[in-house]
Design a protein around this ligand. Structure first.
Ligand SMILES: [Zn+2]
Length: 128
């Protein structure tokens, strides 16, 4: 079990100066911590902050925008494992009556996640 911040697999590198591969690797590490490790709140907060900084940098490198919230227009979504997607700004929970929007958000998140994968694919798609 991880007990101190020093043991966390996070760094203080500037995300903007990191390679796509480095961002991808550190994001995966932070994801494992938040999903699978039993850690103290303080460590979890540090990990979540780092994960957010890395995610923001990854999002800035893809040519895609998250869809807007139909209630407030914000473009920021979150999801706790096993729960519906939720607007960060107004708290709107997306249930089955927002299926299209849920799909658009999932697609956007995949686009950011695949930052690294897209490089390997060289932009080619199966439709070619
Ligand atoms: Zn909203």
């Amino acid at each position: 079990m991880i007990q101190t911040v020093d043991e966390l697999p996070i760094t203080d590198r500037d995300p903007a100066a990191m390679s796509n591969d480095a961002l991808h690797a550190e994001r995966r590490d932070t994801f494992d911590i938040t999903m699978f490790q039993d850690v103290e709140d303080e460590l979890l907060d540090a990990t979540l902050d780092r994960r957010e900084a890395i995610w923001d940098e990854m999002a800035s490198r893809v040519d895609a925008e998250p869809p807007a919230c139909p209630e407030c227009g914000a473009q920021s979504w979150t999801q706790t494992f096993g729960k519906p997607k939720e607007c960060v700004a107004c708290g709107l929970m997306l249930e089955s009556d927002h299926e299209e929007l849920i799909e658009e958000i999932t697609e956007y998140w995949s686009t950011v996640e695949l930052l690294d994968g897209n490089l390997y694919l060289g932009g080619a798609t199966d439709d070619d």
